[in-house]
Design a protein around this ligand. Structure first.
Ligand code: UDP
Length: 373
C-alpha cells in the first residue's frame, strides 16, 4: 500500500518505519527544514553544544518495549534530570520533596513528620479534584501550592489554575524523601547524538521517501491509499469548526563563558519574572566538555495562527470543540490522526512512540484482515 505521512516527528517517523518494514511504500511530508518535530536537536555552530531547538526534551519511560525500540536507533546515554526553582530570592529543589519542604518551612522534618505536616495542610474535603488548583490543595496544601505552582502555572498557561485540568499537576510527584530526580521512570536518558539523528535513522529505509520544507496538503490525500496526519487536528479540517487552543514558546538566547547556572533547568516561580525557566543545554550532556555555554530563557504565550504549537490547552471550551473534531475525524476512514498535535493530547515522547507502534500494528492487522476477504 501507499502511505502518506504528514510530519516527521516521533509519531510520523515511528509509523513510517513500521509500515516500511512491513513492505509498504511511505512518503513523508515535513513542513520544516528538518526532521524530529519539536524534539529537534542540533549542535550550536559556535560552541558545539547539542541544543534542543524547541526546548528541553528528556527521554523517560517505564515501558520496556519503547525503551528497547528507541535504543535500536542510537545510543541513549543515562541522564538524571534535576530541576531547581528560584522563588522570592531563594533556590529550592524540585519536584517537591523532603528537601523542598524543609527548605520552605525552615524545618528538619523526617519523612513521617513531613507526611503528617503536609497532610495537616492539605484539603481533605476535596476527594475528586476537578482542576489543577483543587488537585494541588488536596495533594499538598496551600503554602506549597502558592509558592511553587500558582505563579509558574499562571505564566505557563496564561490561565488561572482553576481553569486547568488536574492531570497537568499529576504529571509531577510529591515525595517525602530526598530523592530529587525530576522523573520517576526507571529509564531516563538523552541520545548522545541528539534526537534528530535518531529520527533520521528511523526514516532511513529504502521504502521511505522524505520531503522536507514540504507541507502536506490535506486536499491531496487521495494520492495515497491511507494518510497519517500528525499535524494539528483542527488544521486537517481547515479549522472549519474553530481553532483549538495551543501554547507556544519564545526563546531568548544567553551566551556566556564557563557555567551560567550550574544546572540544566532553573524554574522561576515569581509572577514578576516574565519567563518560566532557563535551560542551559550543555548540562543535558554532562559527558561532554565545553568551555562556553548557551542557555535560553523560555516565555510562554497563546499560539497565534503562524506560531509553532507546543502544548494543547484543553480548556472546557477546547474540550467540546475537540469532541467536534474527534467526531469529524471518526468520519475519515482513510486518515489516521496521531501524536501530540494530531490527537490534541499533552503526550510525552515515550507515550507518543508507544501509541505510534500500536497504531501501526492496528493498521497492519486491518490490512491483513482486508486482504483475506
Ligand atoms: N509547574 C509549576 N511549577 C514548576 C514546575 C511545574 O507550577 O516549577 C506546573 C506547570 O503548570 C506545568 C506542570 O506543573 O505545566 C507540569 O510540569 P512539567 O515539568 O511536566 O511541564 P513541562 O516540562 O512539560 O513544560
Amino acid at each position: 500500500m501507499q502511505f502518506g505521512i504528514a510530519g516527521a516527528g516521533f509519531s510520523g517517523a515511528v509509523m513510517a518505519r513500521e509500515l516500511a518494514q512491513a513492505g509498504h511504500q511511505v512518503t513523508v511530508h515535513e513542513s520544516r527544514g528538518h526532521v524530529g518535530g519539536n524534539c529537534h536537536t542540533e549542535r550550536d555552530p559556535d560552541t558545539g553544544i547539542m541544543v534542543h531547538r524547541y526546548g528541553p526534551h528528556i527521554f523517560h519511560t517505564g515501558n520496556e518495549r519503547v525503551w528497547k525500540y528507541i535504543n535500536d536507533f542510537g545510543t541513549m546515554q543515562p541522564y538524571n534530570h534535576r530541576v531547581f526553582s528560584t522563588i522570592g530570592g531563594k533556590v529550592y529543589s524540585l519536584p517537591v520533596n523532603l528537601l523542598t519542604i524543609n527548605q520552605l518551612f525552615g524545618r528538619t522534618l523526617d519523612p513521617e513528620q513531613a507526611r503528617d505536616f503536609i497532610s495537616e495542610q492539605s484539603d481533605s474535603s476535596i476527594t475528586d479534584p476537578r482542576n489543577f488548583e483543587e488537585q494541588a490543595l488536596s495533594m499538598m496544601g496551600r503554602p506549597l501550592y502558592e509558592t511553587f505552582f500558582l505563579g509558574y502555572t499562571r505564566k505557563q498557561w496564561g490561565l488561572e489554575p482553576t481553569q486547568i485540568p488536574a492531570s497537568v499537576l499529576r504529571r509531577l510527584p510529591l515525595r517525602f524523601t530526598y530523592e530529587d530526580s525530576y522523573f520517576a521512570h526507571p529509564y531516563q536518558a538523552i541520545p548522545r547524538e541528539g534526537y534528530t539523528a535518531i529520527v533520521e535513522r528511523m526514516l532511513d529505509d529504502p521504502r521511505i521517501e522524505v520531503h522536507l520544507s514540504s507541507p502536506f496538503d490535506p486536499d491531496q490525500h487521495d494520492r495515497f491509499d491511507h494518510t497519517i496526519w500528525t499535524g494539528p487536528l483542527d488544521a486537517w479540517f481547515g479549522h472549519r469548526f474553530g481553532r483549538l487552543g495551543y501554547r507556544t514558546l519564545d526563546f531568548e538566547e544567553i551566551r556566556a563563558e564557563g557555567d551560567l547556572q550550574g544546572c540544566a533547568v532553573m524554574n522561576y516561580g515569581d509572577l514578576d519574572v516574565p519567563f518560566t525557566r532557563i535551560s542551559e543545554h550543555k548540562h543535558f550532556a554532562p559527558w561532554e566538555q565545553h568551555d562556553k555555554t548557551v542557555a535560553f530563557r523560555e516565555f510562554s504565550r497563546l499560539a497565534g495562527e503562524d506560531d509553532i504549537p507546543y502544548y494543547p490547552v484543553r480548556l472546557a471550551q477546547d474540550k467540546s470543540l475537540l469532541q467536534t473534531y474527534l467526531d469529524a475525524a471518526g468520519q475519515e476512514p482513510r486518515v489516521t490522526f496521531a501524536g501530540r498535535l494530531g490527537t490534541y493530547r499533552y503526550l510525552d515522547m515515550d507515550v507518543t512512540i508507544a501509541d505510534a507502534l500500536d497504531a501501526a500494528n492496528i493498521m497492519q492487522r486491518a490490512i491483513r484482515a482486508r486482504d483475506r476477504i
